[in-house]
Write a new protein. Structure first.
Length: 629
């Protein structure tokens, strides 16, 4: 009882000493820790422990919390009021943008030479929650700063703007481009040399950054200009106020473009170009920059031609059926031939609105491209008078990053064969990404494309040997080598089987030509119509047609595609060739197989009578007759 009385008396004396005789200000963390140690010492004494045991218990508490000792001994006399922090720029309600927005604050509170006052700026911090953090210390169950808060247990570190500023005037440079457009709040927190912290009142601001360059449209001239034109007005519109420049070469950066539009700065832009001459084509590459200094990084092309004074003002028809076959660094383009009142001379190929080539044929391969990139293509046809058609419908092509073709199909076997049909099967190929399908070849010519590993070929001739091969291809159009060839011989028809049983019967095998050309007429009057046909070609295959000129040479070939039966036709409404005999023939693009030549006569009905039709030089059916043994 005597010791308990002494403990109570000691505790009362200790608290009186703290609150009456030590006029100090203690940081809350230090004060709380100090009270915890003192409370533990008092409870130990009140429980009957000796003063020495209570002191040892308090010492163990201190030893188990070494990180608190500096705070425990950080005691200062009261020399100043709590610090304050006020955002001075930007002001409330302001709209900010760009990468260099200045954020400043005014701060008050005690400082000393060794421990200056500091300010930290924050973005989009909830002031109510932040103030509660200051009061409660934002600590975890062990008394340490909670996860996601700064080293003082104050505010979430993810919301900091810049670094801690310890030098007056207090401020940072804020890159608003990294912040979403819209409403935001700016806050500041100041801390004086005693460790006291205060959250200033937040300021509401709006971030508004324009990072999108102008959109260009309605470029003009979009058609060919008459012969004799020496100057033209280039014009276009943008979706926002902008300054536009142009160059005669593609790929020029906006800052390096030599010419600025005469009328610009708004949304309508025009300028006059001079020095134009007959028979020439012109392409101007245009880039614009808006008021927020966002320039275009791609070209907007205006292309037109000045016609020759030949009187031909009719452009060719628009190229149709443009297709693209991309691989890792190139794109193979094909399209249907255009027509013209005189003659189509060639085609202009545009990639991403920039002309990259011309072609005299209806195909072109664009090379040296980047893998894994999407390109947009369109085609325009032109004639000898520089008349240019409008563009074909744009088509996109994505180059692949795949460089590995599938493995070669193995174990190609014949499943069943009749007098008209044979069935094939093979082992599936493998690929680093995935096999898309298989191509079937009969006698070296592709006849089908399928997704599975079996195929049935019908409409075959009886008692005939065919050679089959299979290749695999993937989504990047990478194709394996052909499989080993497999020979298949069809069986005889029932009638042929019966005939073989009678020695006196003859077996007649009709050998038909593989490919046949035909004219709608063998003799054509000038100005008349002519249709030319092809049969028994590969199905859905590209075929080049060659036509003889009057001097014996051949025109550039026309490209035409066969239908699903392997047939095609091409018509001419007016035949205006000189009088004479002409030849034409066809070559399959895929196999290089050349057909026989077909001839026809052109005559002038005003000067001569219709001549006798020429004897056909096309191959005809032959009959081979043998006796059975």
């Amino acid at each position: 009882m005597h010791y308990r009385f002494r403990a109570i008396r000691y505790s009362i004396s200790l608290f009186a000493f703290i609150f009456l005789f030590l006029p100090i200000s203690i940081h809350w963390e230090a004060f709380r820790f100090f009270l915890q140690a003192t409370r533990q010492w008092c409870l130990s004494v009140l429980s009957g422990n000796s003063l020495a045991d209570a002191s040892r218990e308090s010492a163990r508490f201190l030893a188990n919390n070494p990180t608190r000792i500096p705070a425990f001994i950080s005691v200062h006399r009261v020399t100043a009021a709590s610090p304050t922090c006020t955002i001075s720029a930007p002001t409330g309600g302001a709209t900010v943008s760009g990468a260099s927005t200045s954020v400043t604050a005014n701060a008050t509170g005690a400082t000393s030479a060794g421990t200056p006052r500091s300010v930290q700026f924050y973005l989009d911090v909830d002031p109510v929650a932040a103030y509660a953090d200051i009061i409660n210390g934002a600590t975890d169950t062990q008394g340490f700063p909670a996860p996601g808060f700064d080293e003082n247990g104050l505010l979430p570190t993810a919301h900091r703007l810049g670094t801690l500023d310890t030098t007056s005037p207090y401020g940072i440079t804020w890159d608003t481009l990294a912040t979403a457009n819209g409403s935001h709040t700016l806050s500041c927190v100041t801390k004086n040399r005693y460790g006291q912290m205060t959250l200033g009142s937040p300021v509401s601001i709006t971030v508004s950054n324009d990072i999108v360059p102008p959109v260009r449209s309605n470029g003009s001239p979009s058609t060919n200009l008459p012969a004799g034109t020496t100057q033209a007005t280039l014009s276009l519109i943008t979706n926002e106020n902008a300054t536009c420049k142009y160059a005669t070469s593609a790929g020029t950066a906006y800052a390096s473009m030599p010419s600025t539009f005469t009328t610009t700065g708004g949304t309508s832009h025009n300028t006059v170009v001079t020095g134009l001459s007959n028979g020439n084509s012109y392409t101007y590459s245009i880039r614009c920059q808006d008021a927020s200094s966002n320039p275009n990084t791609d070209d907007y092309s205006i292309t037109f031609s000045i016609l020759n004074p030949s009187g031909d003002g009719t452009p060719p028809s628009v190229p149709q059926n443009v297709s693209a076959a991309p691989v890792i660094s190139s794109v193979a383009l094909t399209w249907s031939a255009s027509t013209d009142n005189v003659a189509v001379v060639g085609y202009k190929i545009f990639r991403d609105n920039i002309q990259v080539a011309t072609s005299a044929t209806t195909n072109y391969t664009d090379s040296n491209l980047n893998p894994g990139t999407t390109y947009s293509y369109k085609i325009a046809a032109y004639d000898a008078a520089a008349n240019t058609s409008t563009f074909s419908t744009p088509i996109n092509a994505l180059t692949t990053t795949d460089t590995t073709p599938p493995s070669v199909p193995q174990s190609v076997t014949v499943a069943a064969t009749s007098n008209t049909t044979t069935s094939l099967s093979w082992s599936a190929s493998t690929d680093n990404i995935g096999v898309v399908g298989y191509k079937i070849f009969r006698d070296g010519t592709q006849i089908a494309t399928i997704a599975g590993t079996s195929f049935s070929d019908a409409n075959l001739a009886a008692v005939t040997t065919y050679a089959y091969q299979v290749s695999a291809y993937d989504a990047a159009n990478l194709e394996s080598a052909h499989s080993a060839s497999v020979a298949v011989t069809t069986t005889a028809t029932p009638a042929q089987v019966t005939a073989t049983k009678k020695e006196t019967k003859k077996i007649t095998v009709v050998i038909k030509p593989n490919r046949v050309l035909k004219n709608s007429a063998s003799v054509i009057a000038r100005g008349g119509s002519l249709i030319q046909y092809g049969r028994r070609f590969s199905k859905n295959a590209w075929v080049r047609l060659y036509f003889q000129r009057a001097n014996g040479n051949y025109y550039p070939p026309k490209l035409i595609k066969t239908n699903s039966k392997g047939n095609f036709s091409i018509s001419y409404d007016r035949v205006n060739k000189p009088v004479g005999t002409y030849l034409w023939y066809a070559v399959e693009v895929k196999t290089g197989t050349k057909s026989h030549k077909k001839d026809y006569i052109v005559y002038d009905p005003k000067k001569e009578k219709k001549p006798t039709a020429p004897k056909s030089k096309s191959s005809s059916s032959t009959t081979k007759t043998t006796k059975s043994s």
